[in-house]
Design a protein around this ligand. Structure first.
Ligand code: DGJ
Length: 702
């Protein structure tokens, strides 16, 4: 079977400063070019003609292509994009391109194998505003009998010719979004997440960079798989000099078995590319997230300043104390009060109560209403913590339904925070959870849910003894979608032991990410910087923590703690009774400053500045470059006698700005006029300050 003569030999899509060209001349489609916008006169024919590869000695006389789904049956000897079988046979499928449909800036390609037993569909779309690519692959079994799918990658992206380095995003609890840059080796960099949630340690994303790439300049590609379960990605350098990048769901044995006419679609792979450094690609992704991933009305409204009860009281709930904390929070300028873990069932510690989603009568004898009334009468919205996916063995729910948990027959549960994972793909579990959360939201004026998830899914077996991470994640999405549909005004935060479930798929149905359980401002600078490669700060919860950080024991000034939290979706998370008068007024001033500038902070372009390790610096620049905030923090002593200079970035070189220092309060008053080019090319000499200090400057076009 040959490719349909009805389609053109090439497809070209242009949007948002990006060009994508597909080569359809053969029986399998491949990416011919994906990068910064090409001239309209630069044709795919001319590119194809200049990319003809020689045939080396002792090699196949036709080089197997890196197609959207590279296939073993085509002779490809890198990692194939598709692996399946029918009870051990039909192990090397060979779908051939049949149909191509282009609509606006998207294309759908349909391929079918010779027997008509398998259909493979690729969809690729450039976001019309930002040029960000979204793509996915789908396989459909068209033959009788079961087809077991072991692997299907999202459309495979050829390694760009300029890519010499890869940036890995990894981390741990209270230490998310670390970054590591390394040369791409011959062979493959493979990252696999088998934790059943997005994970702290293996973020489903990576960046590729030219050797000279920095925040300011150089060629960069960012890839992210929008998925909250297991995944694998592979950056593969072939021995013949080519390379391929593939992202896919990591499927467990037997997890996807397709009966006739059943299909499986990969999670969506999102790719942004540019030639103006890391910042420009991140800004492209941020705009994409703000307009195409989260509900755009979320960031269009001012994001309310939070108070969260966790680090103040943990499980020690007392309505009188909470009323006092609410009054103190409101006086400081807080707009949303979130009651964290401990309000329900027998949840007096993390050993009991999960699953029993009714208010504890022991702690709240007359229910939550008086506290909610207090919070609302103080002018704040009320938010509530839940962890629907989990159950403590010591709970009424588990005693009644021990069979509702995911497990592996014969294997003891892996102990983890005294809790097991409910099987959300079980309809009874799903209905129970929906009913409980729906009842809470109907009974009380709750504007916000903090949706937590505090353990890995080590034993993802359902009651049929089948692997069930894929079904679990889909059921989770369906549950959140149903709650959102029933209560469209309720915002939801995605939390998983801090930032363990931060991805674009969860962001399609939630409105905030809890970035990390570390509220240590020094840690947070690095964590927020790492997260900013993929996520805009409007969606990243950033709280002012206690004076003595509960995670690191570090003691930090209010100026440092508040100065870091200003640049996120700001909140407070501490026992407000610990505040001295001076700290309280400094904190109130930080909240005023955040509110004054939050439209800029949450809507502007974040500009990371390359700095030596003992410092951190970045800016938020208005899209029209008329205004900016810049933050500089000295983390530890500098090697030279004086700190030296800081060069700004992202400004309009030809604009004149009035520059004033806003933070810490009481810093040198006064302002001066400076040109954008001066700040970016010459920079400013930094003042001599103590380590663990932070300052913020404001720039306003004159
Ligand atoms: C983990 C979260 O990350 C914390 O913020 C807090 O909500 C606890 N769980 C509560 O158990």
């Amino acid at each position: 079977m040959s490719a349909s003569p009805l389609h053109d030999p090439f497809v070209r899509l242009d949007a948002g400063g990006t060009t994508l060209m597909l080569d359809l001349r053969h029986e399998e489609a491949s990416i011919l070019y994906f990068g910064s916008a090409l001239q309209s006169a630069t044709t795919p024919e001319s590119i194809a003609a200049s990319l003809v590869r020689a045939i080396p000695p002792n090699a196949p006389s036709i080089e197997p292509r890196i197609t959207l789904t590279p296939l073993m049956a085509s002779g490809y000897v890198g990692a194939p994009g598709l692996a399946l079988h029918r009870d051990g046979t039909s192990f090397a499928p060979l779908p051939r391109l049949m149909e191509v449909a282009v609509t606006g800036t998207s294309v759908t390609l349909r391929s079918v194998d010779a027997a008509g037993a398998l259909e493979l569909i690729h969809t690729l779309a450039l976001d019309s505003e930002t040029g960000v690519l979204r793509c996915a692959a789908q396989i459909i079994n068209r033959a009788p009998g079961i087809c077991t799918l072991d692997h299907l990658a999202a459309p495979v992206i050829p390694l760009p010719v300029w890519a010499s380095d890869h940036i890995d995003f990894f981390g741990r609890w209270a230490g998310e979004f670390m970054t590591r840059r390394a040369p791409i080796p011959t062979g493959a960099v493979v990252r696999e997440n088998r934790r059943g949630r997005t994970s702290h340690d293996c973020f489903p994303g990576a960046m590729l960079a030219s050797a000279d790439a920095s925040e300011r300049r150089g060629e960069v590609m960012a890839l992210h798989m929008a998925w909250s379960g297991n995944h694998a990605h592979r950056i593969e350098q072939l021995a013949d000099g080519r390379g391929a990048v593939q992202f896919g769901e990591l499927l467990l044995p037997g997890e996807v078995r397709l009966a006739q006419d059943e299909g499986y679609t990969t999670p969506t792979l999102i790719v942004a590319v540019g030639d103006h450094g890391f910042n420009a690609v991140s800004q492209r992704l941020h705009q994409f997230v703000r307009t195409a991933i989260v509900d755009p009305s979320v960031t269009a409204r001012p994001r309310p300043v939070h108070y969260n009860s966790w680090e103040a009281i943990y499980f020690d709930h007392d309505p009188a104390v909470l009323g006092d904390l609410a009054a103190r929070a409101a006086a400081l300028g807080v707009e949303r009060f979130v009651l964290d873990d401990g309000w329900f069932g027998a949840r007096r510690s993390d050993r009991a109560g999960l699953g029993d989603w009714s208010v504890s009568e022991a702690v709240y004898p007359v229910g939550l209403t008086p506290l909610i009334d207090t919070v609302r009468s103080l002018g704040m919205e009320f938010g509530l913590w839940v962890e629907p996916e989990m159950v403590n063995p010591d709970s009424d729910l588990f005693r009644a339904h021990p069979g509702w948990v995911l497990s592996v027959p014969g294997a003891a549960q892996v102990p983890s925070r005294n809790q097991y994972v409910l099987d959300l793909s079980n309809g009874a579990v799903f209905e129970y959870l929906f009913d409980r959360i729906d009842a809470l939201l109907r009974r009380h004026p709750i504007g916000y849910l903090k949706w937590d998830m505090n353990r890995d899914i080590n034993h993802p077996g359902n009651s049929d003894g089948r692997a069930s991470v894929h079904a679990q994640v889909q059921a989770l999405y369906a549950l959140i979608d149903r709650i959102r549909a029933a209560h469209p005004g309720v915002e939801i935060e995605s939390c998983a032991s801090g930032g363990g479930r931060a991805d674009y798929a969860i962001l399609q149905r939630t409105q905030r990410l809890w970035t990390s359980d570390s509220n240590d401002a020094i840690d947070r600078l690095r964590i927020q910087r790492g997260a900013s490669y993929f996520f805009p700060c409007a969606l990243l919860g950033a709280h002012v923590g206690p004076r003595d950080c509960h995670i690191t024991g570090r003691q930090l000034s209010m100026a440092m703690r508040a100065g870091v939290a200003i640049f996120g979706h700001m909140g407070l998370e501490m026992d407000l009774r610990e505040l001295t008068d001076a700290e309280a007024s400094e904190l109130a001033a930080a909240i005023v400053l955040h509110k004054q500038h939050r439209a800029l902070i949450h809507g502007g372009n974040r500009v990371r500045i390359d700095t030596p390790p003992e410092r951190d610096a970045f800016g938020i620049v208005a899209v029209d470059q008329s205004e900016a905030l810049f933050s500089y923090a000295l983390l530890e002593g500098h090697p030279a006698t004086l700190p030296g200079r800081l060069r700004f970035d992202g400004l309009d070189p030809a604009k004149r700005y009035r520059m004033s220092q806003l933070w810490p309060i009481g810093a040198a008053a006064g302002s001066r006029e400076v040109m954008g080019d001066m700040l970016m090319l010459a920079g400013i000499e930094l003042p001599l300050v103590w380590p663990q200090s932070l300052m913020i400057w404001h720039l306003q076009e004159t």
